[in-house]
Structure formats: C-alpha cells, structure tokens
Write a protein that binds this ligand. Structure first.
Ligand code: PMP
Length: 453
C-alpha cells in the first residue's frame, strides 16, 4: 500500500513545526554555522537529517546522545557505525588518554600494532594486516595491491554498493548491461566505466560473464549490501562468488566495515567466507579514526615480493603519514579487547532481533505491506512486501518522503535512526528499553499513517 501523500504531507508539516519548537538552540547555531561552513555543517551529508536543520550535539555516551536544547535520544544511528562500540566507551577513552600522553604519532610501530594484527587474524582468519585511518583508504589500498600483483586494470563491484569515496565504485548497471557512472558522482578523475565492471548483487551469471574478460584485478564486495539498505546474499551466492573469482584469477576483497554487525569476526567468520583480502574501518577503534586491511599468506607473499623490488615504498599510492599511528592502535586494542567482545555481540544480536520483531509486530498490526531485514546487530524496514534481491530493486523500493517522515517523527520523540536508511544498529550499551522505545514510536507513526484508512 502506498501511503497517500495527502495523508503524509500534513503529518510531515506538523513534525517540522514540532521539530523547530523543540530545537531552537540548534536552529540558532545552524544559522550562525552557515557563515563559516559550506551548507552550515562540517560535511554536507550532516545536513541531510530529516529536520529543518541538524541537531547540534552537546555530548554522547553509550547508546545516548544529548543535544544543545537539552534533549536526550536513544541513538540507533551510532555515527552510521562509527560509534557501534557505543559513544566514548570507558575502556577506549582510558586507552586514548593514556596513549595520547605517551606520543600520538611517531612513524614507528608500537607493540599495540602486533596485538591488533594478531587479534584481526584470530577474528577474520587472514594472517597479514596493515593499518590506515579510514575504510575508504583500506579499500583504495586493497584495490591498488590487487591491481599491482595481478597486473590487471579493472575492479568489479555490485550496483549501488558503497565502499567510501573510492573513485572506481560509483557505478550502476546501465540499460545495455555495461557500467554507467552514478549521477551523483562529483568530479570523477575519469569515467568509472573505464575502470570498473559492475553487476547486480546475487546475479552469478552476470558475474561470470563480466569476469570472463580476464581484466578484473579484484571484486570488491560487502558480504551483504548495507548501503542501499540491507540486501542479503541469496542461498549459495557466496560460494559462487568465491568459485568464480578463483576461476577467473581475480582476487576477492570483502569489505566488513558495516557487516561486522554479524559477529565478532564479521560476516566472514559467521558464514565461513574465504576472501583474499578483507577491509574494515569505522567501529574498530571506538570512533577514533582507524582502519585496516588483511590479506591471505599468498597475497602477502606476492605483495612482499613487489616491495622487495622497490627502493622507496611510501610513494606508491599506498600510505598516509598518520596511518598506523600509536593513538589509533591503542584505541583499536582497547575497543577490540574490552568493548566489541564476543559477549557484547551476543547481546547486540539479540537486541537486533528484538528490534526487528517489534517493528514486524507493528507492521502486521497496521496491515502495512512492509518488510524487516536483520543482519546481526543491525536491522531495517523496507517499504515493500518482499525484501529486494539486489541494489537496483532496493533503490527502486525507496520512498524518500515517507522515510523522512518516519525519521523525523522518531527524532522528535527521542530516537535517532541512520538518516539515509530505515536502519537501526545496536551497541554494547543499548538496552531492551531503548529498543522498545523505538517500537512504541514506530507504532505511533504507523497509526498516524494508517488512520482513517
Ligand atoms: N565501506 C563500507 C561498507 C561503508 O559503509 C563505508 C562508509 N559508509 C566505507 C567503506 C567508508 O568508510 P569511511 O567513510 O569511514 O572511509
């Protein structure tokens, strides 16, 4: 059932008025911010929250955010996964304070790096690791390594993927099946159709066809799409992906930045994937900038052979002065050892199921033809009766206006959802009461949307 716009628009107008009444101080800060920042925010996407302007934060702790108007929120956005460990987890804060007083960056390794390398190997099953600052960089560096050791020029991605601001990835499948640049791609160095092959998620025959050209260095994939909503792999798709990449001599790079929500070793460990390289960032240092990429012994050997040939290795497009700095590594060690633990994941995944169950109950009560998907500690609702099978179906199922209403309705009642999706993420500090608070708010919104039907 489409929600009639004649019903939705007056409800949205009410919520916008309510938002402005509840957030006067954020309103005046935003007016001031426009004089010194493009779009009035540090980065333009911060202005994409559903209110008339962004809420300015005064503090955040655990699963809660406080704003400058004194309002408190259950935070199910969690910095779009950057704060999946909870806001300012005490163990990370203590490690950061201690590391910061002992030298933030020196261009020399610390023992923490060995601990984290060993821990990543234990969690994800790949033996050899490198550290950088963002998941974008981890993906960029993994792609460069793949191109270098295979001698092949292209990357293959899935339509509507997101792997950070990686030039090669802003493509969708065009009408003739070839790669077409996404319309929102700003200032590309070259048309990514030149660098990239693209297929729909879950389409093994298209994957086989595109890999058969023999020019794909690597396939870069989230193990389930999460950036156009959650789109799970169909039965058997991962084994086809692995077999086809092996047969074609293309490396498989799995990006676990969001899918770490599936468990302590991400989707890779939970479902026994065997990638050649694995990238991850965002949450692993409790929100302190840190990321890493791991590789199989075979890939590491091939890369090392190339490094042995090079006189200088910091000019090869892989690097960054602050990569692997002492502060990031200390934050990673504390977050992995004390916050994002096996026990924490068990609780977070149970909360993900509780959230999905609550939303499903409301959808059923209201008779809405909507669907819920859960991936471990992350869950999401869709405005379609069946879950989309690929990125293009997911993009088509979006209803931006309706999503904005539901997000603003929740925000006005003290619940934050990730602005770009109908998605909720649990952190170790999230409680059952937090989850149930969302269910109640969602029930109220569903009732308003379906009243008088
Ligand atoms: N990979 C995935 C799967 C992501 O979702 C994102 C960001 N949403 C990135 C990589 C990039 O992360 P960052 O912006 O921190 O570099």
């Amino acid at each position: 059932m489409d929600i009639p716009r004649s019903r939705l628009r007056p409800l949205m107008a009410d919520e916008l008025r309510r938002f402005e009444d509840l957030h006067p101080r954020s309103g005046s800060l935003f007016a001031r911010a426009r004089d010194s920042m493009l779009a009035g925010v540090p980065m333009p996407w911060m202005a994409e929250w559903a209110g008339s302007y962004p809420v300015f934060v005064s503090s955040a702790s655990g699963a809660r955010v406080e704003d400058v108007d004194g309002r408190s929120y259950v935070d199910l956005c969690l910095g779009d996964t950057g704060a999946m460990a909870g806001h300012s987890p005490p163990a990370t804060v203590a490690a950061v304070a201690s590391a910061a007083s002992r030298g933030i960056t020196t261009m020399l390794p610390t023992e923490d790096s060995i601990w984290v390398g060993e821990e990543m190997a234990r969690r994800f099953g790949l033996p050899s690791w490198q550290f950088c600052l963002t998941a974008t960089d981890a993906n960029r560096f993994a792609i460069r390594l793949a191109r270098e050791i295979t001698g092949r020029p292209k990357v293959l991605v899935f339509a509507w993927c997101y792997h950070g601001s990686v030039d090669e990835t802003f493509v969708v499948v065009g009408p003739d099946g070839s790669a077409r640049m996404r319309e929102d791609n700003m200032g590309p160095p070259v048309d990514p159709a030149l660098t990239t092959r693209v297929v729909e998620w879950n389409d093994a025959s298209a994957l086989e066809r595109e890999l058969s050209h023999g020019d794909v260095a690597c396939v870069l994939a989230e193990p389930a799409l999460t950036n156009i909503g959650i789109v799970l792999p169909s039965e058997g798709f991962h084994s086809q992906l692995r077999a086809l990449t092996r047969a074609a001599g293309s490396l498989l790079v799995i990006d676990e930045t969001h899918t770490i929500c599936a468990g302590p070793g991400g989707y890779t460990k939970a479902y026994g994937l065997g990638p050649d390289l694995l990238t991850i960032g965002k949450a692993i240092a409790g929100g302190v900038p840190a990321a890493c990429y791991g590789m199989s012994a075979e890939v590491a050997g091939r890369v090392q052979a190339r490094l042995d040939d090079m006189a200088v290795t910091d000019v090869g497009g892989i690097g960054g002065t602050l990569s692997g700095n002492a502060l990031s590594l200390a934050a990673m060690r504390a977050t992995l050892s004390e916050v994002l633990t096996d026990d924490a994941f068990e609780r977070m995944i149970a909360l993900g199921a509780r959230w999905a169950g609550g939303v499903r109950d409301v959808i059923d009560e209201a008779g809405l033809p909507w669907e819920v998907q859960q991936l471990g500690a992350r869950a999401e609702y869709w405005f379609s009766p069946t879950p989309p099978a690929n990125g293009s179906e997911a993009a088509a199922a979006d209803d931006h206006e309706l999503a904005r209403f539901l997000h603003l309705h929740a925000l006005n009642r003290g619940v934050l959802l990730t602005p770009f999706h109908n998605m909720a993420l649990m952190c170790p500090a999230t409680t059952e009461a937090d989850v149930d608070a969302h269910t109640e708010v969602f029930r109220e919104a569903a009732t308003a949307l379906t009243a008088g039907r």
